[in-house]
Structures are given as C-alpha cells and as structure tokens.
Design a protein around this ligand. Structure first.
Ligand SMILES: Nc1ncnc2c1ncn2[C@@H]1O[C@H](COP(=O)(O)OP(=O)(O)O)[C@@H](O)[C@H]1O
Ligand SMILES: [Mg+2]
Length: 246
C-alpha cells in the first residue's frame, strides 16, 4: 500500500490553557476524500491551519508526503502552501477583482508564469467548476454557491495534489450545497485529487466521504466508512449523528 499523503502523530494544540487538539492521530490516503465531522468550536479549522503551518502545535508531528510540516521554516512553508490548495470557509475572494482575476491571483503573485498561460489556465479552471462565461463578474454579482466555485477554481489553478476544504457547504442553501458537493466528487473522479474536508454538515459528509472521522475533545473518536459511521454504537458518534432526529 502507498504511504499516506497526510500523517499526523500525537498533535497537541492549546491556546492559553485551552486544550483544542489533544493527541490527535490521522492518516489520509492518496486519492481519497477524508471528511472530519464535529460540532462548531471543536478544533476543525485549527487542525487545517496546523496542516499548512499557519498555526504551530505545542507538540506532535505532521507530514505531507515525505515533508515534515512541523519541522519546516517559514520560507519552506510558503513553498508548501503553493502546492496545497486550501478553500477557506468564507471563500475569501477580493471584492474589487473579477472572478478571473481572483482565480489568477495566486498564479500572478507566486508562480512565475507568462500572462497568456495564466489566463488560459484560469479560464479552464472556471469552466471546470461550471463558471464559463462568468470570468468578468465581480464577487458581488455572484451567488454564494458561485463564490464558493470561484474559490475552488482558484485552488485548482495551482494544480494541487491535495485540497483542504473548511466547511465548503456552510451558509449555502441545500441546492447550492448539493452543487458544491457534486463538484468535489467530480474533482476526485476526474483529476484524482486527494481531499480533506472539515464540516458539521452530516449529509454532505456521508455523501462525499471515503472515510469519516469524528473529532471530539481534541482527537478522533471514530474513523471509518460512512456506513460504519451510521452503524457505530460509539456514544459520541451517536450523539452527533442522531441530533435533530428525535
Ligand atoms: N488563533 C486562536 N487563538 C486563540 N484561540 C483560538 C484560535 N483559533 C481557534 N481558537 C479556539 O479554538 C477552538 C476551536 O476553534 P476552531 O478550530 O475554529 O473550531 P471549528 O471546529 O468550529 O472550526 C475554539 O474554542 C476557538 O475559540
Ligand atoms: Mg471552523
């Protein structure tokens, strides 16, 4: 079997005495969609930020492929972030820039590519997320679902092997959420990208995941397929999955 693309060992993260991650272990395999579920405030975003070195843990180790993120200097982290896609929770688009210019931003800032190649690539990625024709639109002219697609296209433009999604369907109505879920699945099927998604949206987690992990009190209390998760008699899992069903 191939080595995991992400490996996390005994990760501890605290803020002023607040223990957020408490000995978390994780392995994400190449090509899979791995979904972390858990209620708000449990440390999902904190974990993602640690994976790309935006936050540093108190202890523990993180590997992306062969590279140890937790041992990297800031300069190497910048290189790493050019190759790992992160779709932030609020889409994080620049309001004064068109959809195309938003997608082009990382390429223009960091990758030394000729402008005509950049434009061609950005148009291709916008088409891939179903937004051909929207290149010149400003974020204010786009729906929440379209903004999320632009944010995903911007990540695709760097052609990453790994995409991290922070709550990709939060704030979207069910139809738009379904569209974004469909896109994430297509990207796996068509370009084989590995995806790590954190969400509190259980429907979307079960639809997308090859494997689901339940984050609770700083570590995983369950890791398995969606079916195993539904059938689990782990009380932490049941409390979360049965919520709202009574
Ligand atoms: N930079 C920070 N400084 C201090 N506390 C933080 C910081 N980032 C997150 N936290 C705290 O860590 C906990 C987990 O936050 P977060 O990872 O954002 O939760 P979620 O699972 O909703 O994404 C929260 O209690 C939050 O207030
Ligand atoms: Mg969060």
């Amino acid at each position: 079997m191939k080595p995991p693309l992400i490996r996390v060992e005994a990760l501890h993260v605290h803020f002023n005495g607040l223990r957020v991650l408490n000995g978390l272990d994780m392995e994400v395999r190449e090509g899979e969609i791995f979904v972390i579920i858990g209620p708000s405030g449990v440390g999902k975003s904190v974990l993602l930020k640690n994976l790309i070195g935006l936050l540093r843990p108190a202890s523990g180790r993180i590997f992306l492929g062969d590279a140890e993120v937790t041992a990297m200097a800031e300069r190497d982290l910048n290189v790493l972030r050019e190759n790992v896609g992160m779709v932030f929770q609020g889409s994080a688009l620049l309001n004064s820039l068109s959809a195309l210019d938003n997608v082009a931003l990382p390429l223009r800032e960091r990758h030394k590519m000729p402008e005509d190649q950049i434009v061609r690539r950005c148009k291709e990625k916008l088409a891939l997320v179903g937004l051909d024709g929207a290149e010149s639109k400003l974020p204010a002219e786009l729906s929440g679902g379209m903004k999320k697609r632009v944010a995903i296209a911007r990540v695709l433009a760097i052609e990453p092997k790994l995409i991290l999604y922070d709550e990709p369907t939060v704030g979207l109505d069910p139809i738009l959420a379904e569209g974004v879920d469909g896109l994430i699945l297509e990207l796996k099927r068509n370009i084989g990208v590995t995806s790590l998604i954190v969400t509190h949206d259980l429907d979307s987690a079960f639809l997308l995941a090859d494997r689901v992990a339940m984050l609770h009190e700083g570590r995983f209390h369950f890791v398995g397929t969606p079916d195993e998760c539904r059938r689990s008699d782990n009380p932490v899992v049941r409390r979360f999955t049965q919520r709202g069903k009574k």
